[in-house]
Design a protein around this ligand. Structure first.
Ligand code: SF4
Length: 198
């Protein structure tokens, strides 16, 4: 695929406004054969600066929830629907989402995760191709077709939602624990913990 080498996109200029607003293309991070893949919307300021998805305050909420589920960031793959930072943190447009969709489809095809977790409304709507009331639907498991394949998807609120509304924290942590379970990673985390006990 043009502009994509393995899991990394380089030199893509399909979205003129994003090419102007980005400092770099932010590719996914984590194992290239991860069982669990988290999908966010787009890089924000911190991600654009650091070149990694979900750093900053939202990233620490995600890290905390992963830790409580017995996982580390290094166990999972994290990527975004669009790889370049939109100006003034606006939502990506439907053209931008569709410009970048082929890269996401390719990444999903290569990583082939057991479970995809959509973090927030935009990635949920993008994968399911329908309107999603994310606060109500968070925790649901659905199948979504991306490219030529179908994936099991767990819908989740965005980790930042827990910063604006503390009452969402428990639900978010439960969803991440469920993700660890459904992807099969919870078993290996338990295994490691019990080995560590000896
Ligand atoms: S968002 Fe995706 S399609 Fe658009 S310029 Fe960046 S890498 Fe290319």
């Amino acid at each position: 695929m043009e502009h994509m080498e393995g899991l990394c996109v380089t030199g893509c200029e399909r979205c003129p406004e994003l090419v102007d607003s980005r400092s770099r293309i932010v590719n996914g991070v984590g194992p290239d054969d991860a069982d669990l893949l988290f999908l966010g919307e787009a890089p924000g300021a911190k991600e654009d600066e650091g070149g990694e998805p979900f750093v900053g305050r939202s990233g620490s909420v995600l890290d905390d929830a992963l830790r409580e589920a017995g996982l580390a960031r290094a166990d999972v793959r994290i990527t975004n629907c669009v790889r370049c930072r939109p100006p003034d943190n606006r939502d990506p447009t439907s053209d931008e989402l569709s410009n970048c969709r082929g890269y996401l489809a390719r990444e999903l095809e290569l990583v082939d995760p057991e479970l995809v977790v959509t973090l927030g409304k935009v990635p949920s709507q993008h994968l399911l191709d329908r309107g999603v009331a994310i606060t109500n639907e968070s925790g649901s498991v659905v199948d979504a077709r991306v490219g030529d394949a179908s994936y099991r998807v767990l819908l989740s609120v965005h980790p930042a939602a827990t910063l604006y509304d503390r009452s969402q924290r428990e639900g978010f942590f439960e969803t991440i624990a469920r993700a660890a379970d459904l992807s099969g990673l919870a078993d290996s985390a338990d295994g490691q913990a019990s080995l560590g006990d000896f």
